[in-house]
Design a protein around this ligand. Structure first.
Ligand SMILES: O=C(O)[C@H]1O[C@H](OP(=O)(O)OP(=O)(O)OC[C@H]2O[C@@H](n3ccc(=O)[nH]c3=O)[C@H](O)[C@@H]2O)[C@H](O)[C@@H](O)[C@@H]1O
Length: 438
């Protein structure tokens, strides 16, 4: 019959030293045998040397950071009385009725234009941007210099940094947040999906968490995207349409943001307005967008890929000029009602809105290319390929009647006029710089 043995009386497997509890056993075998005694002491000695070396050896280098973390950790030190004075001064309003706005993604394309426009009309503006390297950081720095000259400070920081955001709200009682920081681009989502989760989901939630606890709570206007309409075939796209078929992770994160906005409005009384931008273009634009790199590649005599739909179908976009988008953003800020919560608690129903900001005139990508050829006076080398299944949709077209009714939004720039302004900027900007990175 097997006798029950208490756990600490069972000899441990040779070579395995576990806890002090096994030591009495070691002591016992030392008394009864000299050979095991020697072996045991040698083993103990070796183990001690091993532990000693483990303690002495320098820590192994950390694994290389993932793209997402590398992009988000970049942040210059903040804080201190001088820094706070600069923050306050940038956010100072010029009249009692002016807004005090925190603009996230301020060194981005839309952010730079919106921040400048707000400042110009007397609002207090503070920017925040993480200056990530998704595209040419030199362009972001040039935009920052532009904002500097306009009197807008851009804090180098990430919207995932809750301490920094809380500090900004401690220093300034922002009345509004214009949230434009995001990982943009539909095709890049297949290369770096985590960066979309990091900026568009985690970053958005972090921002809303800080806003909900701020006293007073700000009103929030943020950039959603036409891409939420995904594979919808009914045109023009209306805010009432369903948005259940996103074609890219980018679109899915923006759709998720709209749901997240609903939650923070419902639970905490935050006033939130989402703006679905339709392919925004113009001076100081994004080098990852087709109109921008088509221009670059035409000038460099490189081959341009133009996508076409099934059966040679047209691929078209409701290209919207930046000045029209800025007007829509300002109108959304001006008509935003106050948030109703305080101390992180809702005190009443709060405003929740979503608007299309498009141009209402879809233009085929082939037409975009021919306008650029005309403006640049260079014939493009092009090859036509079927639209890959990489996040792109075949067409977009905004119904803007709601934005017109509620915001007085009325785009006035057609693609030809807008591209003319873009090309003029492009030629003057890159003539001076000639960067190798773009
Ligand atoms: O409206 C939107 O919601 C989105 O607009 C743009 O996305 P997209 O319209 O795809 O803009 P581009 O990447 O500039 O592409 C414009 C058109 O050019 C086409 N294209 C793109 C690249 C290329 O090499 N060839 C080509 O024909 C695309 O299929 C698309 O029809 C922005 O990149 C997104 O960040 C934004 O959210």
């Amino acid at each position: 019959m097997t006798q029950f043995k208490p756990i600490d009386s069972i000899p441990s497997t040779p070579g395995k030293f576990k806890s002090e509890k096994s030591l009495p056993y070691i002591h016992r075998i030392r008394i009864h045998s000299s050979l095991p005694k020697l072996t045991l002491w040698s083993f103990l000695f070796l183990a001690l040397i091993f532990v000693f070396f483990l303690l002495l050896s320098p820590p192994s280098p950390p694994p290389p950071p993932s793209i997402a973390s590398r992009r988000s950790l970049r942040s210059t030190p903040w804080g201190g009385p001088a820094w706070e004075r600069r923050v306050r001064s940038s956010a100072r309003v010029r009249s009692k009725t002016a807004l005090s706005v925190l603009v996230t993604g301020a060194a981005g394309f839309v952010g730079t234009h919106v921040a400048t426009a707000l400042k110009r009309r007397g609002d207090g503006v503070l920017g925040i941007d993480n200056f990530n390297d998704y595209y040419d950081v030199a362009l972001k720095n040039s935009r920052k210099a532009l904002l500097d000259r306009a009197g807008v400070l851009v804090v180098d920081g990430d919207i995932n940094d809750a301490d920094l955001l809380r500090k900004l709200f401690d220093v300034v009682a922002f009345t509004h947040v214009m949230h434009l920081a995001a990982q943009a681009g539909v095709r890049y989502a297949m290369e770096n999906p985590n960066s979309y989760v990091h900026s568009n989901i985690a970053g958005f939630v972090n921002l809303l968490e800080v806003c909900k606890s701020a006293n007073p709570q700000p009103s929030i206007v943020w950039a959603s995207s036409s891409s939420v309409y995904g594979l919808n075939s009914k045109v023009p796209f209306s805010e009432k349409d369903r948005t259940d078929h996103p074609a890219s992770l980018y679109a899915a994160t923006k759709k998720a943001d709209e749901a997240i906005a609903h939650v923070y409005n419902h639970i905490y009384g935050l006033s939130i307005t989402g703006l679905r931008f339709f392919t925004v273009y113009g001076p100081w634009g994004r080098p990852d967008m087709a109109y921008f790199f088509f221009t670059r590649d035409i000038l460099k005599r490189r081959v341009i890929t133009v996508f076409e739909g099934p059966n040679h179908g047209t691929v078209a976009r409701d290209f919207t000029y930046i000045d029209d988008i800025v007007k829509g953003c300002l109108a959304a800020l001006d008509t935003a009602k106050k948030s109703t919560g305080s101390g992180g608690k809702k005190r009443g129903a709060a405003q929740l809105r979503v608007f299309n900001l498009g141009n209402t005139t879809p233009v085929p990508v082939s037409k975009l290319l021919s306008i650029l050829e005309k403006l640049l006076k260079v014939k493009a080398k092009k090859r036509v390929l079927p639209l890959p299944r990489n996040g792109d949709v075949q067409f977009t077209h905004a119904n803007i009647s709601l934005a017109y009714k509620e915001l007085g939004y009325k785009p006035t720039t057609n693609l030809e006029t807008g591209l003319k302004k873009f090309v003029k900027w492009y030629l003057s900007y890159y003539d001076h710089k000639k960067p190798s990175s773009w």
